[in-house]
Design a protein around this ligand. Structure first.
Ligand SMILES: [Zn+2]
Length: 300
């Protein structure tokens, strides 16, 4: 039903795209399907853009599906920024509706170092949680700067300067995160979490991720996996496990109950947190995650 109503909504508003294109406007209208990209677009676009975050902070992007009102906003925008790497399972349908204008940019698909997880069902599966690698966010800022410059060439220098300033802050964050993780002996860099979202963080800082379930919050953890993790926690004397803000914590709590391991805290796996969460900017989200991980895994 969801898919059908989406298709109808897409067809009904496709004509709005032409109107939007004809109207023209001072500021570039950007719509985003990823909370980190909402921040990147605002930082790089500055006063030259209006950015509408279609996927709100705190919303699970794996289960999100755009409403008819969302589709109208998307069609009405000059640039749509998506996570890509198959995070948005509805993206092909969206592109079919608005793609004639070439305005949907799947940022993750343009990143050169996406984590490849092998092939299943004839399709190569890649980890869509690219923003947990700070270097990928630097590249995302470059991509957004380039796309905005294409739409508004007169302000390309401004976009490039904004991207550079944002990148400088990201590099500082990266240096901070590296020095924090240095406090953890390599043997303690084991991340037991709800779903497989932290591959990029693991690659950057030498962690091994042991998720209860797969790449999507919708994939189910099977009992064998849970039993295997219980063994692993005991064998490796892992000191803490982590819940995630957008996933039901019951299975992680089962691990805690079974093994006596500490619940180290709640991580932001799928994007920025809502207002008041302490994770409403990329930097705050990253500092929260690294801070929680390092402090829980360094405790004796
Ligand atoms: Zn996820």
């Amino acid at each position: 039903m969801k898919a059908r109503s989406l298709a109808i909504a897409l067809a009904a508003v496709a004509c709005l795209a032409l109107q939007a294109a004809a109207r023209g406007s001072e500021r570039i209208r950007v719509a985003t399907l990823n909370t980190v990209l909402t921040e990147v677009a605002r930082e790089v676009g500055g006063s030259r853009v209006t950015v509408e975050g279609i996927v709100a902070p705190g919303v699970d992007p794996h289960t999100f599906s755009p409403s008819p009102a969302d589709i109208r906003s998307l069609v009405d925008s000059n640039l749509i920024l998506a996570s890509g790497l198959n995070m948005e399972t509805y993206l092909d349908r969206l592109v079919a509706s608005v793609g004639a204008r070439g305005q949907v940019i799947s940022v993750g698909d343009r990143l050169p170092l996406a984590i490849n997880l092998g092939t299943s069902g004839g399709r190569t599966e890649k980890d869509p949680h690219w923003w947990h690698g700070i270097g990928n966010v630097v590249l995302a800022a470059e991509i957004v700067s380039r796309e905005l410059s294409r739409l508004d060439p007169a302000h390309s220098e401004e976009f490039a300067a904004n991207a550079e300033a944002y990148t400088a802050r990201l590099r500082e964050l990266q240096a901070w995160a590296s020095s924090e993780v240095e406090r953890l002996p390599p043997g303690r860099r084991q991340l037991v979490t709800s779903h497989d979202a932290f591959g990029y963080l693991a690659r950057d800082y030498g962690f091994t991720v042991h998720p209860l379930s797969g790449l999507s919050t919708e994939s189910e953890a099977d009992a064998r996996n849970v039993a295997g993790l219980i063994d692993l926690i005991r064998r490796e004397k892992i000191s803490a496990v982590f819940a995630e803000s957008s996933v039901d914590p019951r299975l992680v709590e089962d691990l805690v109950r079974e093994t006596g391991v500490v619940l180290g805290g709640t991580l932001y796996a799928d994007g920025l947190g809502p207002k008041g969460s302490g994770a409403e900017t990329y930097e705050a989200m990253y500092r929260h995650n690294v801070g929680v991980i390092v402090s829980a895994l360094s405790a004796r």
